[in-house]
Design a protein around this ligand. Structure first.
Ligand SMILES: Nc1nc2[nH]c(SCCc3ccc(S(N)(=O)=O)cc3)nc2c(=O)[nH]1
Length: 259
């Protein structure tokens, strides 16, 4: 899953793809590099990020989804929590909903169910603006699993078939370095959910803290983490550096196929 940020303040490449043409070129390159999905986000959800208005999110995302659908044969995932954006993106040709808030906003479950699209639900406590203020867990992996089970049940109750759901532990969302490391070490336990596992670690501050690297020097750490996640059952890896991540994942698969 290649990351296409169309927000001016995204944590890793904010502002580079605000022009539609630049976004299309970047998407084309990620597909050429082996991405199966392009994840388009109009709201930055990095820690401390300011909330974005519904209209702002629509204005950023819809033209990109329309262009990607028109110009490229790509599965477009939309990173949004907003019911109006969920509906508009589905109409514009999006193929998947990726909601870091797991459809907890009023109307989001109904909007997603109405689109018939696959949905990724992800663990987060609180909101991006405050989620890193001293997050606490008795057992982070057990609590992440319990949260995901609850959101899966809510989606199924709202009419989203279970076979259209994916789960994601939400690395970097309301988690300390220790929580993220523990969650990665115990990632295999999420297999209990019996749903495809999506992970997003690319360039996150975890690598800055463990490896003391600035955001533009986190490729090696991100690749190590991607391979570890695949070895522990991840099926989709959300990444900025698609070409390199695809090679890492392909190599991990080759090793597993040798068994
Ligand atoms: N399914 C799914 N969707 C995602 N969308 C994003 S946007 C990244 C927001 C962010 C940036 C930076 C940090 S930090 N402080 O750890 O560096 C945290 C969160 N991420 C994910 C993810 O993982 N899954």
């Amino acid at each position: 899953m290649g990351v296409l940020n169309v927000t001016p303040d995204s944590f890793s490449d904010g502002g580079r793809y605000t022009s539609l043409d630049a976004a299309l070129r970047q998407a084309e390159q990620m597909l050429a590099d082996g991405a199966a999905i392009i994840d388009v986000g109009g709201e930055s959800t990095r820690p401390g990020a300011a909330p974005v208005s519904e209209q702002q999110e629509l204005d950023r995302v819809i033209p990109v989804v329309e262009a990607l659908h028109r110009e490229l044969d790509a599965l477009v995932s939309v990173d949004t929590s907003t019911p109006a954006v969920i509906r508009a993106c589905a109409d514009a040709g999006a193929g998947m909903i990726n909601d870091v808030r797991s459809l907890r906003r009023p109307g989001a479950l109904e909007a997603a169910a109405g689109t018939g699209l696959p949905v990724c639900v992800m663990h987060m406590q609180g909101e991006p603006g405050t989620m890193q203020n001293d997050p606490f867990y008795e057992d982070v992996t057990a609590e992440v699993i319990a949260f995901l089970e609850q959101r899966v049940a809510a989606c199924v109750d709202a009419g989203i078939p279970r076979d259209k759901l994916l789960v994601d532990p939400g690395f970097g969302f309301a988690k300390t370095v220790q929580h993220n490391l523990r969650l990665l070490a115990e990632l295999s336990q999420l297999a209990r959910l019996e749903l495809p596992l999506l992970v997003g670690l690319s360039r996150k501050s975890l690598f800055g803290k463990v490896l003391d690297r600035p955001v533009e020097q986190r490729l090696a750490g991100s690749l190590a983490a991607a391979v570890m996640c695949v070895e522990r059952g991840a099926r989709i890896v959300r990444a900025h550096d698609v070409k390199e991540t695809v090679d890492g994942v392909r190599f991990a698969h080759a090793v597993h196929r040798s068994l």
